[in-house]
Design a protein around this ligand. Sequence first.
Ligand code: GAP
Length: 476
Amino acid sequence: MANENTLQNIISHCKEYGFIFQSSEIYDGLSAVYDYGQYGAELKKNIRDYWWKSMTQMHDNIVGIDAAIFMHPTVWKASGHVDNFSDPMIDNKDSKKRYRVDHLIEAHAETLEAEQAKDLLDKLDQVLSADDFVGLKQLIEDNKIKCAISGTCNWTDVRQFNLMFATEMGSVADDANVVYLRPETAQGIFVNFLNVQKTGRLKVPFGIAQVGKAFRNEIVARQFIFRMREFEQMEMQFFIKPGTQKEWYEYWKETRMKWHLSLGIPQDSYRFHDHVKLAHYADAACDIEYNFPIGFKEVEGIHSRTDFDLKNHQQFSGKKLTYFDTEINQHYIPYVIETSIGLDRTVMMVLSEAYREEDLSTEDKKDSRVVLKFPPMLAPIKLAILPLLKKDGLPEIAKELLNECRPHFKCFYEEKDTIGKRYRRMDALGTPFCVTIDHQTKEDQTVTIRHRDTMTQERMPISEVKQLVMGKIQNF
Ligand code: GAP
């Protein structure tokens, strides 16, 4: 459907209508860090709530926690992040610009014919999975890949760079006080595994879900909120009996895809991508990719993490992290299937899917609109209440309806401008329903309800508006 220009239009729209702003904009911004404005924050919250509900409320055996961002530094030694959480990078000696090698090669592949691109990406997968840094550089040289800034092929060797942000805790800055900003929320779940299992009297299989901030010093951080240095993850670790990981991995692949489809996004906008090069903790992994305006890209990862994390935490902490399975009378360290979805990437996916530029011209008149066709349950505002005039008792009736509806869902009241302008503004914010209160309302207690997607209007009793909207925003 869309392309790079569409992404630019979405970025501009998000800024103009209060969804997403560059962080610290008045100081020229901070790279790859973004702030959510009044409508973006509502949209993000609705997505977060929907995920949280689908995990913790719709499953008997999944509970949610909220762990701190700072953790004991040994956590990151045990998890492998201190030694392994790095990306192969290469610097261009002329521009001094640093690139993630896989991104540099993938960007070059996009400029090639389909067959050549596939060949290059296959070779990339091979050298990456062999951790062959010399081979990676060779691939760049063989394909004469240039730096976009300097235009030269004058590259350094490929080196690894750790992506964690470090800071100091307490007043003395020495090595002993170094703490990291967590690069994933998952470890807060692993270190609390026994606390939650015991206090919740949970039996394997069970899951622990969490939503929270994560931080990564991404080198190539662009493409809007797709790759940020501060972002939010929605993660769930599902603890299972060793040996059952294959069936649970398949179960969670299917369950997560169903969740994605429930956002009203069609199947052909998604695909699975199986990992060739596995992360240091995984024995199987795949991504759910969505067809963004910049092509198919990862939104969610599903990882079979074995007992890697719990086993290492047991070893590094010296504390037993085994579970006693009463069905087989055995102690074991559970295996884990993880589902990990980026909240900001999901916001970008929902925005990309919803954004439409529609030509409404007729023979007599040129006309167009920009509309965000959000599923009603995710829309920042559910109902706009618009008195036709600022007089004749119409605002009073409108405010009565506002007071009836606002405890149940987010409403917006507006009496300025022509009704046409007010509708267009609501289209641009993705509001699924607008009701207009006019003089007829005073006579027969009916209002006009306008549907965002079809722009059709119908009259209905004012007493039925709340119920109609409630029915449409119901999510389970
Ligand atoms: N605990 C596993 C884990 O963190 P990951 O594949 O590195 O796995 C999971 O990240 C998800 O987090 C990704 O699918 C993506 O949606 C999101 N994510 C990762 N890095 C991100 C970044 N720099 N900016 C925005 N979202 C990011």
